[in-house]
Design a protein around this ligand. Structure first.
Ligand code: 7TS
Length: 418
C-alpha cells in the first residue's frame, strides 16, 4: 500500500467516512446512520475500485489459461490469498482456503473433516451462544454420523465456564467449535485458553471468527487454532467470499468436499487423485472478483491499523453502553462494560417489540438489526423472542451513537404515549 495515513494516530473518522460512498446516502430524509455492521459492512472505494478494475481490465478465469489476462487474474487472486494469510498471521498462504463465507467454511469442516473423523458415540463441544452457522452444520453431521453435541455452560452475559469445559473433555470428544465473539452479546470468548485446554487433551478447535477478525487482531499461530472461519463482507469486502484457515497438517489429511475442476491431480474414468493445498478445497471456478475485493479490504484495514480500529470501536462502545444504561427501561444484553466485549450491542426497550424499535429507528435513517440474529437457542436462553442490535465499525461516530440514543428515547415516548 501507499502511505499509512492513520497507523501512528487515532483514526481520522471523517477522512475514513469520505472513502465510503454509501455513507452519503439519505434514508427517510435523514443521513444514513449505519449500525448494522455485524450483519454486513459497507465498502470503501478501494474495494469497489478493485472489483471494477478486475471486471474492466483483466477479467479471466484463473489457474487455467496461459494467456495474459488469466495470468494477471491468477496473480491477483493468489496475492489476495497471501495478504489475507499475512493479516491473520498464517504460517503459509496455502493454509488459507477461499470459501463463500463463514457458513461455507464451517460446513466444509463439518463435511470434509467431520465425515472421516467422527463416528457414533463421539462428542462435539459447542456453546449455547453460537450463530446457527456454527450449530446447524454440526447437527447435520450428528444426523449423518450419530455423534452427540454438548454445550459449554455460559452465564447470562455469555461468559463460558472454563472449569466445566475442562470437565466435559473426554476420550470421545472429537472437536470443540466456538465463536470468538458473539454476534448477539458482543462477548469475547477466551479462545486462547479454550484451545490450550483442548490441546492438552489432544482435541482440535475450530474458531468462528466472523465477528472477531474484522474488529481485532487475530493471530492464528499465537492462538494455535486448528480451524478459523470468517467472512469477507463483514470486514469491508464483498459478499460471497470468506476464509477457512486450517493448519497444513490437518488440511493435508482431509479429503475434499466439493468435487470438480481445479481440485484434482489426475482424473480417470473411475477414480481421481486430489490436488494439494489450497486447490483441493476450491473445486470449480471460485469467486475471483470477491477474493480480489477481499485483498483490497485487507489492505484498507492494514492502512488504518487493526489496533486503531479496535480502539475506536471500544471508545464508541463505552460511550454507547453508558448512554443506553442511563436510559430508563433499556436492558442491555451481554457484558455491561467494555471488558471482554466488542462493539455488538443488543438491547430491549421496556416491553416494546424489538421489530417496532427497529422500524422507528429506520424512520430516522438509523439502520440496526432487530430479530433473533440467527441465534434462536440463545434467544430462548435469554427468554426473549428477539433483541434490537446496534453494531459498530470504524466509520461510526460519537454523534451517530448520540443520534441512536435520542431516537430510542423518542421511540419510547411514542410507545409510552400510545
Ligand atoms: N458466525 C457468526 C458469529 C456470525 O455473526 C455470522 C453472521 C456467521 C457466523 C455467518 O456468516 P456468513 O457470512 O456465512 O453469513 N452473522 C450475521 C448477523 O449477526 N446478522 O447477519 C449475519
Amino acid at each position: 500500500m501507499t502511505t499509512n495515513r492513520y497507523a501512528e494516530t487515532a483514526p481520522d473518522v471523517e477522512s475514513i467516512r469520505a472513502d465510503f460512498p454509501i455513507l452519503r446516502t439519505q434514508v427517510n430524509d435523514s443521513p444514513l446512520v449505519y449500525l448494522d455492521n455485524a450483519a454486513t459492512t459497507q465498502k470503501p472505494r478501494p474495494v469497489i475500485e478493485a472489483l471494477t478494475r478486475y471486471y474492466e481490465t483483466y477479467n479471466a478465469n484463473i489457474h487455467r489459461g496461459l494467456h495474459t489476462l488469466s495470468e494477471q487474474a491468477t496473480a491477483e487472486y493468489e496475492s489476495a490469498r497471501d495478504r489475507t494469510a499475512a493479516f491473520i498471521n498464517a504460517a503459509q498462504s496455502h493454509e488459507v482456503i477461499f470459501t463463500k463465507g463463514t457458513t461455507d467454511a464451517i460446513n466444509l469442516v463439518a463435511r470434509a473433516w467431520g465425515d472421516s473423523n467422527v463416528t457414533s458415540g463421539d462428542e462435539i463441544i459447542l456453546t449455547e451462544i453460537e450463530h446457527h452457522s456454527n450449530l446447524v452444520p454440526w447437527q447435520m453431521l450428528a444426523h449423518r454420523r450419530g455423534e452427540q453435541l454438548r454445550f459449554i455452560p455460559t452465564d447470562p452475559e455469555g461468559h463460558v465456564d472454563l472449569v466445566e469445559f475442562e470437565k466435559m473433555l473426554g476420550k470421545r470428544t472429537r472437536i470443540v467449535a466456538i465463536t470468538h465473539m458473539s454476534n448477539v452479546l458482543g462477548v469475547i470468548t477466551p479462545v486462547a485458553e479454550l484451545i490450550r485446554i483442548a490441546h492438552a487433551n489432544g482435541i482440535p478447535v475450530l474458531v468462528d471468527a466472523a465477528q472477531s477478525v474484522p474488529h481485532m487482531r487475530v493471530d492464528v499461530q499465537e492462538l494455535d487454532a486448528d480451524f478459523v472461519a470468517f467472512s469477507g463482507h463483514k470486514m469491508l469486502g464483498p459478499t460471497g467470499i470468506g476464509i477457512l484457515y486450517g493448519k497444513e497438517s490437518i488440511l493435508n489429511a482431509m479429503d475434499p468436499f466439493i468435487g470438480g475442476g481445479s481440485m484434482i491431480r489426475v482424473v480417470e474414468l473411475h477414480e481421481s487423485s486430489w490436488a494439494g493445498l489450497p486447490e483441493r478445497f476450491e473445486g470449480g471456478t471460485p469467486n475471483i472478483a470477491g477474493a480480489i475485493g477481499l485483498g483490497a479490504a485487507v489492505d484498507y484495514i492494514n492502512q488504518i491499523g487493526i489496533n486503531n480500529i479496535t480502539a475506536h470501536e471500544m471508545s464508541l462502545t463505552d460511550y454507547a453502553l453508558q448512554q443506553l444504561h442511563d436510559l430508563d427501561s433499556v436492558r442491555i444484553f451481554g457484558p455491561p462494560d467494555t471488558a471482554n466485549r466488542g462493539g455488538v450491542i443488543s438491547f430491549a426497550v421496556g416491553e416494546i417489540h424489538p421489530h417496532d424499535i427497529g422500524t422507528l429507528l429506520d424512520t430516522d435513517g438509523i439502520a440496526v438489526r432487530a430479530g433473533h440474529h440467527c441465534a434462536q437457542p440463545l434467544m430462548r436462553k435469554l427468554e426473549v423472542p428477539a433483541t434490537v442490535r446496534a453494531s459498530i465499525y470504524l466509520y461510526n461516530t460519537t454523534d451517530e451513537i448520540a443520534q441512536l440514543v435520542a431516537s430510542i428515547s423518542r421511540a419510547k415516548e411514542f410507545f409510552d404515549g400510545a
